[in-house]
Design a protein around this ligand. Structure first.
Ligand SMILES: [Zn+2]
Ligand SMILES: [Zn+2]
Length: 371
């Protein structure tokens, strides 16, 4: 009879050949791997679980405190968070194979979830199962970001104003949306310093306070790119930081363009009214008498001197009575129902029964038919 001469260091019994000759899995990780099966299973724990887990969540935004910082996890509710945290905290024996597990949360009260975790695996060719119960305490706190927002902390203000007018409701809404979009995009990259502190709407426009100067700059750029206009920045020294560096708060002052797309203006250059098409960069539009395009010179940028005559929203549909020649058509005046001869722009469809017209203090013009 062949003798291996290997003895269990715990009980002193000789270790049978079939135990010793079993292909070792990863036994070197585990000091108990030299034990006989009987001693080994006496000590064996498939799962290493903490006695309890405390999960710190922000009651405002749902962020979770992990390690030494707050993390946005996008969890739907605290149960999901508790499942994640428990899964992270549980350790399975390194030598176990074919490990399967499931976890079932049991809501004990508003702030306590009891997590039942069931594990199965194979060790030393023996199937093992283990159930552990880990109480999870949800502790509701305020994360640093929500604390700063509540404290009104901000580094930058974006002031949205308009040239010789107040911003329209659409412009104000869009400006606010843009601020949130810029912040959301930065947040999505894990930046927890990005937030909108406060939005106020004084009569003259919109004021948006944001957490950093970089965000203020981005928001101002995006608003003027989309809505036209220009902005300036003004620094105000607010304090020195702990390293003696000067800390500035920057105000980005936006001036939206004087005219809006859809407005009809008369640049008073003798060629008649213009329907404004675009105010991004310099003002571009269409002459209502001819259909020719109009572009303000660079010097005028988006605000040439002009009279406001109305907007395309004021247009009314009226009957196209007759096409007189290359330059003139007859339409019914929408107020008096008299036939009137007016200029024929090249965008007019001569087969149309009805055309949109704008009656204004300088006469009557056909507008482009956008319907
Ligand atoms: Zn033993
Ligand atoms: Zn928070």
């Amino acid at each position: 009879m062949s003798r291996s001469g290997a003895f269990c260091p715990r009980c002193g019994d000789e270790i049978p050949d079939h135990e010793r000759e079993r292909p070792s899995v990863a036994g070197q990780h585990d000091p108990d791997s030299v034990l006989c099966d009987a001693c080994y299973f006496e000590e064996f724990d498939l799962v290493d679980a903490p006695d309890r887990i405390e999960v710190r969540v922000c009651a405002q935004c749902g962020a979770v405190h992990r390690g030494n910082r707050w993390v946005d996890v996008g969890a739907e509710d605290y149960t999901d968070i508790a499942v994640d945290e428990v899964s992270e905290a549980l350790g399975v024996h390194v030598d176990a194979q074919s490990v399967a597990w499931q976890v079932a949360p049991e809501q004990v009260d508003k702030n306590t979830i009891r997590m039942h975790a069931e594990f199965s695996g194979v060790i030393r060719e023996t199937p093992v199962t283990e159930e552990v119960v880990v109480p999870v305490k949800i502790s509701r706190q305020t994360c640093t970001r929500c604390g700063k927002i509540a404290g009104g902390s901000y580094a930058s203000t974006v002031q949205v104003r308009a040239d010789e007018r107040t911003p329209t409701d659409e412009e104000a809404e869009r400006a606010k949306e843009i601020a949130h979009e810029v912040v959301d995009a930065m947040e999505a990259t894990g930046d927890r310093d990005a937030f909108v502190t406060e939005i106020s709407e004084p009569e003259a426009g919109v004021n948006i306070k944001v957490s950093t100067n970089k965000i203020g700059m981005k928001v101002a750029r995006q608003i003027t790119t989309e809505l036209g206009g220009t902005f300036t920045d003004n620094e105000t020294l607010v304090t020195e930081d702990t390293d003696g560096n000067e800390v500035y708060r920057v105000t980005y002052a936006i001036r939206l363009p004087r005219y809006r797309p859809g407005e009809v203006i008369d640049p008073e250059d003798g060629d008649g009214p213009v329907l404004v098409r675009s105010v991004q960069g310099n003002l571009k539009g269409t002459r209502l008498a001819t259909g020719d395009s109009f572009e303000a010179s660079f010097k005028d940028e988006n605000a040439p001197d002009a009279r406001r005559l109305g907007t395309d929203a004021d247009a009314e549909r009226t009957t196209l009575v007759a096409v007189e020649d290359e330059r003139a058509v007859q339409v019914l005046d929408p107020e008096t129902y008299e036939s009137k001869t007016i200029p024929r722009p090249d965008y007019l469809d001569t087969d149309a029964d009805e055309v949109p017209v704008l009656k204004h203090r300088e006469g009557l013009h056909v507008l482009p038919d956008e319907s």
